[in-house]
Design a protein around this ligand. Structure first.
Ligand code: ATP
Length: 305
């Protein structure tokens, strides 16, 4: 029996090792996919002064394909053309505008998925290109349009970004993001595997996991990119208030389709074809009777605002 046990046990160890490395590979690909565009500058230092950071975009120009032709002209279509704005420490700036106008690109650039071709993006006065990527990503919590989950447990997916969080903290974040009851109702609860080989989650459920992850991470800067777009309206209203309280005193970039979510913002930027065409508070923009005012009127009459 012992002769059999040893090889079988050995096989078990190898199986676990292979399984673990596959999971790690999955993570690596997810991360590589996002990181291959940028690299730390030699001697880059971590961001500092993150208690209440101000975020600034100064005359930012960006094209996804930054390669240049023989004449030195960038090949890529310009996506952002001279975008400047500031999110004062602890305030929320909202971005609205038609599909393809460059809203999500702002979020990707702040998270430094890509480097810009012209201009500056700073956090607490430090230019993104000059600090470590790891410290930028540590400082920012992002709830993207499409959340990528790891092939791991629900608990792991929520705790990702704040390693060492206790089970009670994970559950508290899940409750705030309205996903606790769903998780608790599965046979293995927080130990349930999610992703390709596990429990398949809907767009809204994935988004709630991402919201829980961000609430738990509790970073000084938040990016909500259509954060509640995949949710039904009952969940949306409930989570909206959680997000608003999470954003209290955080420097927040809020990208939204539904104008009702931006009314309270410190400033609203209206984007069109890579430029800011209007800016101001909700009241100021309504008074301007421009693009924002007509978007507002349209959403009111649709009952969607
Ligand atoms: P939506 O409201 O539909 O999410 P958006 O305003 O957020 O749109 P972006 O996602 O910022 O728009 O895209 C702006 C432009 O950049 C679009 O024309 C889009 O096709 C282009 N684009 C986005 N991602 C890439 C990419 N990875 N490579 C090349 N072009 C891209």
């Amino acid at each position: 029996m012992i002769q059999l046990y040893i090889p079988l046990n050995f096989l078990g160890v190898i199986y676990r090792e292979i399984k673990q490395s596959l999971t790690d590979l999955d993570k690596m690909f997810v991360l590589m996919d996002k990181q291959r565009e940028v690299a730390d500058a030699p001697g880059a230092q971590p961001l500092t002064g993150l208690d209440h950071p101000t975020v600034r975009f100064e005359n930012v120009h960006f094209a996804y394909d930054a390669s240049r032709n023989a004449e030195g002209v960038a090949n890529g279509r310009p996506i952002l053309q001279g975008v400047s704005f500031e999110i004062p420490a602890g305030k929320t700036v909202a971005v609205v505008g038609p599909s393809g106008s460059g809203k999500s690109t702002l979020a990707r650039l702040l998270y430094r998925f890509y480097d810009i071709q012209q201009g500056r993006i700073t956090i607490a006065g430090q230019e993104l290109r000059e600090v470590t990527q790891a410290s930028v990503r540590q400082a920012i919590g992002i709830v993207p349009q499409d959340t990528v989950l790891f092939n791991d447990t629900v608990a792991y997916n929520i705790a990702y970004g704040r390693t060492g969080a206790s089970q009670a903290e994970v559950e508290a974040a899940a409750r705030s993001a309205r996903i606790h009851d769903f998780i608790a109702a599965t046979p293995t609860g927080y130990a349930t595997m999610v992703g390709e080989r596990g429990l398949k989650l809907s767009g809204g459920e994935k988004q709630r996991v991402a919201i829980a992850r961000t609430l738990l991470k509790d970073p000084p800067i938040l990016i909500f990119d259509e954060a509640t777009s995949a949710l039904d309206s009952a969940n949306e209203r409930a989570i909206q208030s959680e997000l608003q309280s999470a954003a209290q005193n955080k420097t927040t970039l809020l990208i939204a389709h539904r104008l009702s979510t931006v009314v309270e913002a410190h400033e609203i930027l209206v984007m069109d074809a890579g430029r800011i065409i209007e800016r101001g508070t909700h009241a100021e923009l309504l008074a301007q009777r421009g693009r924002y005012a007509s978007m507002w009127a349209l959403q009111q009459s649709d009952g969607a605002a």
